[in-house]
Every structure is written in structure tokens, then in C-alpha cells.
Design a binder for this molecule. Structure first.
Ligand SMILES: *[C@@H]1O[C@H](CO)[C@@H](O)[C@H](O)[C@H]1NC(C)=O
Length: 211
């Protein structure tokens, strides 16, 4: 764990759906570790180094406050422990999540993506799409669905042939569910995230994904 305590180690966020965007770099802001710099110091590091995108694994209150008024584009995660709740047929929990963390802060923080689950296990894979749908519908109610895209981050163990990323193939176990997720992403013109240890590649919907 000590190896991972440095905040800015945790990844590169590469590319997007066009060339201009692809030149921007983002860095994952992980908080598992000790002796971490304060949220304000971390945001300051992004600014000093002209890092324009951040991935947060949950809507950490202090981090959102530190991002207040900055131009840093944010990808914010919904932790796996909350997936089942977010996926329930009653969308109240998903609506509340979006309202509390995104809608109320929408003028202060540049939300670009909501990542529904990170490296979700096969056992919980079934929650991803219903949760994504509920989150999408909450964004739609707030008229934020074009501004903020909904996605999920796939575990590299679920993918084979990962280099180059466009050659990736989903393993057969998750493939049926993945097909539905990909169809949803294509319909909503949202990208798919694939965590590729120690970095993660960021596949746009224009990359070919072999299902
Ligand atoms: C951002 O700052 C404004 C003005 O101080 C404040 O009203 C708002 O609550 C802050 N938002 C966040 C997300 O901290």
C-alpha cells in the first residue's frame, strides 16, 4: 500500500473522442494511503502542472470544495458498495446521489463524467447497467445529460488482448452484460473506461470494441 500512497501515482487519463481532447492529460486522485497532502494542496498541484482533468473515486466533499471554481474537469465515481442501491427499481437513491453531489455543485465544479462502479466483480456486474440508467435519468431530469456522461470502469481482468486498447476483447463471462452496457454507451454517446494496471486507458466510443 505504501507504494500507492503518493497521490499522483495513480494513473493517466488518456484521450477522448477527438484529437484536441486527446492531448489533455488527467490524473487519478486516489486517497488510499497515509501522509497524503491536503485536498487543497492536491488541487494546487494539478493547477501548477497544468493538469486539466481529475478522476475522483467518490464525491469526496473536501476535494469538491478544493475544486470549487477551478477549471479542472472532473470524472467522479460511484463506489461499488453503492451500486446495488443505485440499481434498484426505485431510483430515489440514484436521484439523491446526483442531486446532492452533482446538481447542487454544478456551478462550482466541472463535472464531465460519472463513473458507475470501478472494476466491478462478475457477481455485481448485473447492477452496473440499471445503476447507469438511474443515474442517467437523474441527469436528464436536471437537464445535465449532454454535459455529463455516464460510464463505468472495467477491470482489466475482464478484458484480453489489451494492447493496443482498441483490440481489447471482453471475456465471455461478462460479455452478454457488457454488450448491453456498450449498447447503452453508444446510444448515449458516452465512452467506456478500462483500467489497465498501472494506468488506465480511456476508450472512446469511436474506438472499436470487440464484443
Ligand atoms: C463554492 O464556493 C461558493 C462561494 O463561496 C459556495 O457558496 C459554494 O457552496 C462552494 N461550493 C462547493 C462545492 O464547495
Amino acid at each position: 500500500m505504501a507504494v500507492f500512497s503518493a497521490v499522483l501515482l495513480l494513473g493517466l487519463l488518456m484521450a477522448s473522442s477527438n484529437i484536441a481532447d486527446a492531448q489533455q492529460i488527467g490524473v487519478c486522485y486516489g486517497m488510499l494511503g497515509n501522509n497524503l497532502p491536503s485536498k487543497n494542496e492536491v488541487v494546487e498541484l494539478y493547477k501548477i502542472n497544468n493538469i486539466q482533468r481529475m478522476r475522483l473515486y467518490d464525491p469526496n466533499r473536501e476535494a469538491l470544495q478544493a475544486l470549487n471554481g477551478s477549471n479542472i474537469e472532473l470524472m467522479v465515481g460511484i463506489p461499488n458498495e453503492q451500486l446495488q442501491l443505485m440499481a434498484s427499481s426505485d431510483p430515489t437513491a440514484a436521484y439523491s446521489w446526483v442531486f446532492e453531489h452533482v446538481f447542487l455543485n454544478r456551478d462550482d465544479v466541472k463535472f464531465k463524467y460519472i463513473v458507475v462502479g470501478n472494476e466491478v466483480s462478475f457477481a455485481e456486474f448485473k447492477y452496473i447497467l440499471p445503476a447507469m440508467r438511474n443515474i442517467y435519468s437523474a441527469l436528464e431530469l436536471a437537464d445535465l445529460q449532454n454535459q455529463i456522461k455516464v460510464s463505468t470502469a472495467v477491470f482489466s481482468g475482464h478484458i484480453s488482448e489489451t494492447y493496443p486498447p482498441r483490440n481489447s476483447v471482453f471475456n465471455s463471462q461478462i460479455r452478454p452484460l457488457m454488450e448491453e452496457i456498450v449498447a447503452f454507451l453508444v446510444e448515449k454517446q458516452a465512452p467506456l473506461l478500462a483500467n489497465v494496471y498501472p494506468f488506465f486507458a480511456y476508450l472512446s466510443n469511436q474506438d472499436q470494441i470487440t464484443v
